[in-house]
Design a protein around this ligand. Structure first.
Ligand SMILES: NC(=O)c1ccc[n+]([C@@H]2O[C@H](COP(=O)([O-])OP(=O)(O)OC[C@H]3O[C@@H](n4cnc5c(N)ncnc54)[C@H](O)[C@@H]3O)[C@@H](O)[C@H]2O)c1
Length: 308
């Protein structure tokens, strides 16, 4: 039996994630969207790539949720994407409504699934999905840290002209301008970048990471990033389906960890078959802790506005 993964929202991130998942070969993929014909057309196109790419998994598309029944994982990318000059927070109320409606339908058909939330503003939307689904916190996970860390890794590798495979990085906090890239935990072949670069260079790369999403938006003008975001989604899905016990930075519902309560914030977690298996509590310096607190406060403010 293959796994079953549903991706809600068949736009740039959703369709690209579906493609990457289909190419893994171990899951049937269902694409859902409200726009008639789009999920069906993209799914058929992906199914027709199967003979060339060598995957047998079924890829189907639908405007309803019957076909999604019994999914192991449901990825929610439904919503509006940022336009130039628009912050992730501008998307708040519209996407709140969308994510609530989608979650209700998903849960009805896949009550045992694990939810991976992608829609922005990420941490607030994860909270909407948690409240709506009434799932345990282990089964509602936000995607942001894997993407933000990948951006940081890419910038470090470009700067030092080393393989991206040599670079590990950690970005914590909310998925917004207050995110917390942590140079102390960012290493090249095991060596912290604080020993390899000047503080000015590190600060420049940290800033570029924080503004990584906006940098892409400013180039694309009519959409936001989707290649790296979909890769990040698939790394999380893979860690869960393959029960890898992989440590990845994800938005998790904190209940006292890092002194933060009842809020989704990006932290390192262990991902496996049951979803979040452990939240890792790092020993942060007072400065790092203060930055994380500030980032959590920004998330709390959004959640307060939504009154969910
Ligand atoms: N967490 C992250 O790191 C991250 C990264 C990139 C994008 N995002 C967010 O992901 C979301 C999707 O981005 P995108 O680039 O794919 O946007 P997109 O506009 O290309 O796709 C969004 C899709 O959602 C669909 N949709 C809208 N309402 C729906 C509903 N009620 N049910 C089902 N489908 C619905 C739209 O028709 C559209 O096809 C945005 O909110 C974006 O900001 C988050």
């Amino acid at each position: 039996m293959r796994f079953k993964v549903t991706v809600v929202g068949s736009g740039n991130v959703g369709a690209t994630a579906a493609q990457r998942l289909a190419e893994k070969g171990y899951a049937d993929v269902v694409l859902v969207d409200i726009v008639e014909g789009v999920p069906q057309g993209k799914a058929l196109d992906l199914a027709e790539a199967g003979p060339i790419e060598g995957y047998d998994g079924r890829v189907t598309g639908s405007n309803g949720y019957e076909q999604t029944a019994g999914s192991d994982i449901v990825v929610i990318t439904a919503g509006l994407a940022r336009k130039p000059g628009m912050s992730r927070d501008d998307l708040l109320m519209k996407n709140c409504e969308i994510v609530k409606g989608v979650t209700e339908q998903v849960v009805r058909h896949s009550p045992q699934c694990i939810l991976v939330i992608v829609s922005n503003p990420l941490d607030a939307m994860a909270q909407v999905a948690l409240r709506t689904s009434r799932f345990p916190r282990e089964r509602v996970i936000g995607m942001a840290g894997v993407l933000d860390s990948a951006r940081f890794r890419a910038f470090v590798a470009m700067e030092l002209k080393v393989s991206v495979e040599n670079v590990q990085a950690l970005v914590m906090g909310g998925h917004g301008d207050t995110m917390v890239p942590l140079p102390r935990f960012t290493v090249v072949a095991g060596v912290p970048i604080t020993e390899l670069m000047s503080p000015e260079t590190i600060e420049r790369l940290v800033k570029r990471t924080r503004e990584g999403g906006a940098e892409i938006v400013s180039y694309l003008k009519t959409g936001s990033a989707y290649y790296a975001p979909s890769s990040a989604v698939v790394e999380m899905v893979d860690a869960i389906l393959m029960d890898r016990h992989k440590i990845l930075p994800c938005a998790a519902y904190l209940q006292g960890e890092y002194g933060i309560k009842d809020l989704f914030v990006g932290v390192p977690v262990k991902l496996g078959g049951r979803g979040i298996e452990q939240i890792l509590e790092l020993n942060l310096t007072p400065d790092e802790r203060a930055m994380l607190r500030k980032s959590a406060d920004a998330v709390a403010e959004l959640v307060g506005v939504m009154k969910i």
